[in-house]
Design a protein around this ligand. Sequence first.
Ligand code: TXA
Ligand code: MG
Length: 348
Amino acid sequence: MDTKIAILDENNIDENIINEAGIVIAEGGLVVFPTETVYGLGANALDEIAVEKIFKAKGRPQDNPLIVHVANFNIEPLVKEVPHIAREIMTRFWPGPITLIFNKSDLIPETTSAGLNTVGIRMPSNLIARKLIELANTPIAAPSANISGRPSPTDVESCVQDLSGKVEYILGGDKSEVGLESTIVDCTCTPLCILRPGAITIEMLREIDKDIYVDKSIMGKPNEDFKPKAPGMKYRHYAPKSPVKIVCGDLEKTVAKINEIVQNNIGNKKIGIIATEETKNNYHGGTVISLGSRKNLDNVARNLFEVLRSFDDIDVDLILSEAFEEKGIGVAIMNRLKKSAGFDIIYV
Ligand code: TXA
Ligand code: MG
């Protein structure tokens, strides 16, 4: 399939181009578009046949439901009810990087919800995304625009790499502002439960529901009892081609441990190191890439997937990564890092 690619200036959006892409969605095609979290691969959420194409293009497991993106607060037709507390979260954080899970109405096809009777809904803040939804005149189902299992794309080049030839249209914008996928909150239970950590942190959500908690299966290694409520969280994910190991603990000891592994280098491997501004000059070997300063974790989050992907381009055999404190957006950063490492962690 020929893929049309258009790069838009986010400060001066060309609505004619978005309208063209909107028609593709309305006619049952696939469009890649920017959001503030990561790029999305969109189709008409209410059109079963269109949604099936998303699963095919990504190689996505059939049991993994899609998030439905909307451009206004009138979500009543899509859901059974909007609990009062969910309305409060929407008022505070929408448009923005948070998805809420509701009991779904019959308008949402089984393919979109992967057979569940719930649906995740999010109103993105990115203006191209919202304009696309408006002009397509339908809610848009959109997973991250990567081949299943790979790190989510935070720039248009990564989307082209993964999906060119598999979609009708790729709309490009700026590098994603947040860089990690939306926080997911299950609003069908009391207290509320966080199914995936993101830029809207547990600390922020506690101001609305003081009892909100993080689904236990999220931060730990999968085991027999591991049954995450977000089906997608059980899959190996965010993974570059080479294995990732996280070194976790005191920063000086972390650097020493990584240097020791690089020096011993059993099997003469090509080693990549995920470092930070504070440590990047302290390594004596390996290919070092910095995520940015530890003083700005928002920026670390923004760079994480891009850095994971860039190790694929330079073809290393092993990636060693520093860890981050699991506080604020650090929870989301560590969640993605641990999953990319398959929970392979060395504690120092
Ligand atoms: O930031 C984001 O959410 C991005 C952008 C494009 O909006 N989208 C995204 O979609 O990350 P995806 O498909 O890559 O991740 C969606 C996650 C999966 O883990 C899925 O299992 C979970 O959301 N999910 C979707 N619907 C759900 C539901 N009804 N119940 C529980 N989990 C759900
Ligand atoms: Mg994804």
